[in-house]
Design a protein. Structure first.
Length: 238
């Protein structure tokens, strides 16, 4: 049954990380900055992938700390670990559902290293469609240098971890370092792929996808997924 549970964790973790990357705060700033700076699609996608890697790195650091703490805990609690890990996931799920009911949505405030002009531009243009952008008369010169723009984009996500994926490291503890590496690989592929794919779709003018609904209900969706996986672990893991 352990293999079945691990497979469930892997699939659910991939879905969570990929669709977390689909919310507009993870790709719209790259599209808006690319247009303002007049970047090629290839350059914009490369920077998106780089920022996604930073996002993954910071999340993995949190996962590493959790794993180190969990090694010692796992030795003490032994066979009770699956129930505790499953219970932790259920609690995380309930916490996300609670935040959803309060009307919170996922977002990124201005973080260390992000230029104020770039951040302001992101929020000023966040609600406009591609057609609205195309009708604007002639484009002004780039608001900042490429170095400042790229640094801001990297800071935007590098210092903002994928908090919805961190709970999966709770269960991965029982598999030691292999579990940590496995989950980090899933996080890396899903996050970077999601960010690059949705940035590319938007740059190509395919922004008809109703992704803002996903942003609005992301916390509730993550809460349901985490809670379901936690219950699965409690009931079937031995």
């Amino acid at each position: 049954m352990s293999e079945a549970v691990l497979t469930t964790i892997a699939i659910t973790g991939f879905v969570v990380a990929f669709f977390h990357a689909a919310i507009p705060t993870h790709w719209l700033p790259f599209v808006l900055t690319a247009r303002a700076q007049r970047w090629s699609h290839a350059k914009a996608l490369a920077i998106t992938g780089l920022a996604g890697s930073g996002h993954v790195f910071f999340t993995a650091v949190l996962g590493l700390l959790l794993t180190l703490f969990g090694f010692a805990l796992h030795e003490e609690i032994g066979t009770w670990f699956p129930r505790i890990a499953g219970g932790a996931l259920v609690l995380f799920g309930l916490f996300y559902l609670y935040r959803q009911m309060l009307g919170h949505v996922h977002g990124h405030g201005r973080v260390i290293g992000e230029d104020a002009r770039v951040h302001a531009a992101h929020h000023a243009n966040h609600g406009h469609d591609d057609e609205d952008q195309a009708q604007s008369t002639p484009a002004p010169p780039p608001p900042v240098s490429d170095r400042v723009a790229i640094t801001s984009l990297l800071a935007l996500l590098t210092f903002s971890p994928c908090e919805s994926f961190v709970p999966f490291y709770v269960y991965g503890i029982r598999y030691g370092w292999m579990g940590f590496v496995f989950l980090t690989a899933i996080l890396s592929v899903a996050t970077v792929a999601g960010m690059v794919v949705f940035t590319w779709l938007t740059l190509m003018g395919m922004r008809r996808l109703a992704l803002r609904r996903l942003e609005k209900y992301e916390l509730g969706l993550m809460g349901v997924l985490l809670g379901a996986v936690g219950l699965f672990i409690i009931l079937f893991e031995r």
